[in-house]
Design a protein around this ligand. Sequence first.
Ligand code: NAP
Length: 180
Amino acid sequence: MTAGLEMVAVVAMAQNRVIGDGTGLLWHLPADLKRVKALTMGCPLIMGRRTWDSIGRALPGRASIVMTRDAGWTGEGALRAAGMDEALDLARDWIDGTEGARPEIILFGGGEIYAAGLALTNRIELTVVEIESDGGPAAAVFPELAPAIWDRQVLEQVPADGEVPAHRYERLTRKLPVLV
Ligand SMILES: NC(=O)c1ccc[n+]([C@@H]2O[C@H](COP(=O)([O-])OP(=O)(O)OC[C@H]3O[C@@H](n4cnc5c(N)ncnc54)[C@H](OP(=O)(O)O)[C@@H]3O)[C@@H](O)[C@H]2O)c1
């Protein structure tokens, strides 16, 4: 059984912390989607049922662990979890049983799942989209981060290009590591 795994949150948020309108994203950043793919390939993803609905399918090369309180829920290619503990158990089992799996559990969103898993997250791979976004009445947001807890590193600044807004990639690492 794998012990001492790291949980990594992967998220893109607007400057006002909005990550989506409850059913989808509010921007289209093709380079960021590629980055997310590279960051998550070979890993189990823990996501909320609404994020699963917004993606609409299991992502190849990764496990899709979907948190829902609906005991009867099923999704093709998804593993259902009734809560964070069960999601983490499924993620560890998937890593143990999958050749070539990487020892990282990805906290994949949305807002409710980031809030539920942040205390167990060691690293955040953050894309800050440099816009203020109106997510509407069902807006999902990424939680506030206390600077005392996180070391922040700006990895890359990307200027606006046509329809694509300026954005930057940041890595936040917990000063006191936590393992799951
Ligand atoms: N920008 C980004 O990086 C990013 C990433 C991911 C998602 N998003 C966006 O975020 C939005 C969705 O976020 P959201 O906060 O509305 O929903 P969500 O976190 O994706 O899913 C919420 C659902 O997860 C289940 N859930 C939540 N907490 C649970 C718990 N403790 N135990 C068991 N099940 C639990 C419930 O499902 P049931 O109702 O079925 O019980 C709940 O309705 C979308 O707009 C999506 O596009 C953005």
